[in-house]
Ligand binder design. Structure first.
Ligand SMILES: O=C(O)CCC(=O)C(=O)O
Ligand SMILES: [Mn+2]
Length: 241
């Protein structure tokens, strides 16, 4: 991400109700079902929302995430401008996205431990490749997985993911836990952004003509999810080399 973008801590907003999937949330003008009966939403050329795409893998993914965390704990990174990010992050795979006063970049080493990031678990890379294929990008092999952990109030301002060398490769973004409102804009920051709720198991893929579309996440509302408690977890898969 080229994130002037990724936002500072904002006040925690207390909302007690647990947001459930509703029919209205699932309605979209360009909604259709794939061969497994899962709904997909066309978000414009090169971009697709795969509802409930994470299914049987959810337990393996969350338990593997907990193992990764013991070796590369979530931490609040600092932007080049000196702001602490409200979203806590860690990485797995050969390359990890980092930010500090020196800038945004990918690094093979975790700056906290000085060791390589934990390897990308096969269950992660298989899910990312499968989602990319389902969205029309059949040869995606990610070498970076940025894990974002949102607590209530945490958010990500509108930004483009542009620290990768090859914009021919898509982004695969997996949502787990507490639902959040995702903003999906255009190629210019000023373009009007579509707002959509992302629920546990949803995957958004964007590439090709959509690869540099602006996107962000509104401040997370307080809620509980049976598998992640008060948190939303996002896994963002990229080809970073
Ligand atoms: O959490 C999300 O859904 C998006 C995260 C994101 O845009 C990023 O990590 O670059
Ligand atoms: Mn991003």
């Amino acid at each position: 991400m080229g994130l002037a973008a990724f936002a500072q801590v904002s006040g925690t907003q207390l909302v007690s109700s647990f947001t459930m999937h509703s029919d209205a949330d699932r309605m979209a003008s360009d909604l259709f079902a794939n061969s497994e009966g899962l709904s997909q939403e066309d978000l414009g050329s090169g971009a697709r929302l795969l509802r409930g795409f994470v299914a049987s893998e959810e337990t393996a993914i969350l338990s593997t995430l907990r193992e990764i965390e013991t070796r590369a704990p979530f931490r609040h990174m600092v932007t080049p401008g000196g702001f602490r990010m409200s979203v806590a992050m860690t990485n797995c795979g050969p390359l990890g996205w980092v930010t500090d006063r020196k800038g945004y970049r990918y690094d093979a080493l975790d700056p906290v431990s000085g060791s390589p990031w934990p390897a990308m678990p096969p269950v992660f890379s298989a899910l990312a490749s499968k989602a990319a294929s389902a969205a029309g990008f059949p040869k995606f092999e990610p070498d970076a997985c940025l894990m974002n952990r949102y607590e209530p109030g945490a958010k990500v301002s509108l930004h483009q993911d542009k620290d990768e060398p090859d914009f021919g490769q898509p982004i695969v973004s997996v949502s787990l836990g507490v639902p959040a409102v995702f903003l999906f804009g255009g190629l210019k920051r000023s373009d009007k952004a579509k707002r959509m709720q992302l629920f546990h198991g949803d995957v958004v893929v964007w590439g090709g003509p959509a690869r540099l579309r602006y996107h962000g996440v509104l401040a997370l509302k307080a809620a509980q999810h049976p598998l992640t408690g008060a948190h939303r977890i996002n896994l963002t898969f990229r080809k970073a080399s």
